[in-house]
Design a protein around this ligand. Structure first.
Ligand code: 48H
Length: 259
């Protein structure tokens, strides 16, 4: 019966995919733009990479552009990343060095780029905790988003990973778990999360990349999560820093794993 064959194939193939992801080189949390760039680069380097994304649609805050006008801005320094994904852009009249692009094209191209490089994306899965062993972050604790949303009392499953990247955006959810649940001192000025500052485009763009680093053994942050952790300014619908942060965290993780 075709009905049965279809259902069996879906159950079997998904189970194989998830089982293969239970032991990773790199586990990323959140499929925003910074994590998608990182996942693409890490997968291209041959590292076993997967992203766990809470929502049904990966892409994070990319889709909505600025206030639902579905255009975003990227500056010169990150154009090489757009070009490597084949994303079109055009310079803004009167603002040399700044370019606009279609946010739907950007989100879909980043997702396709990451998946076609070999990274796996698991959507509708929320990371609810970390695996923390002998002074190192060793993996993630995952559950279905509907289970989380409905508040069902269902025990989670575990993913082990040589490195974890927090790409959860503004709330820095994974760094927060390390700080508040594992009570560790983070690699920040005070050892705690400093918190995002108000809007200052140039400063926020630069600090997003500077703040992209390893915050605790085995735990890195990229994008707005890095900025929130280290107390950087926000920048609105400009995405160059997010893309450059993804590129940087991939390089840092690869260096760390090759030691
Ligand atoms: C699974 C989770 C969990 C969890 C969250 O916010 P994002 O788009 O990520 P970034 O940092 O790459 O990009 C930030 C950018 O979109 C932005 O917000 C900017 C530029 N703001 C500037 C401003 O001034 O406001 O995506 C994060 C993703 C989302 O898709 C979440 O659903 C997901 O992470 N996520 N997934 N488990 N615990 N927490």
């Amino acid at each position: 019966m075709i009905e049965n064959t279809i259902s069996s194939a879906i159950v079997r193939n998904f189970s194989v995919k998830l089982e293969e992801a239970l032991n990773l080189d790199v586990a990323l949390v959140g499929a925003g733009p910074s994590a998608l760039v990182a996942a693409r680069d890490l997968a291209k380097m041959g590292l076993k990479t997967a992203i766990f994304e809470r929502k049904l649609a990966p892409g994070g805050g990319t889709w909505g552009g600025g206030m639902l006008f579905n255009e975003v801005v990227v500056q010169d320094s990150a154009l090489h990343i757009l070009d490597s994904f084949g994303i079109h852009h055009r310079e803004i009249d009167g603002a040399a060095g700044y370019h606009t692009l279609d946010s739907v094209e950007m989100a879909s191209a980043l997702i396709y780029g990451a998946v076609s490089a070999g990274a796996k994306i698991f959507n509708a899965i929320s990371v609810e905790d970390i695996v923390f062993k002998e002074g190192k972050v060793d993996g993630l604790v995952i559950n279905w988003t509907p289970v989380e949303r409905l508040g069902m009392h269902v025990d989670p499953l575990t993913v082990l990973s040589r490195a974890v990247i927090d790409g959860t955006g503004h709330p820095s959810e994974i760094i927060k778990l390390a700080s508040e649940k594992a009570h560790v001192k983070l690699n920040t000025e005070t050892g705690a999360i400093l918190g995002e500052k108000p809007m200052w485009v140039e400063s926020g763009e630069a600090s997003t990349v500077e703040n992209t680093k390893e915050y605790y053994p085995g735990l890195f942050a990229c994008g707005m999560s890095a900025n929130n952790t280290s107390g950087g300014y926000r920048m609105g619908p400009i995405f160059g820093g997010m893309l450059l942060s993804g590129e940087k965290v991939a390089r840092l993780v690869a260096e760390q794993l090759s030691k």
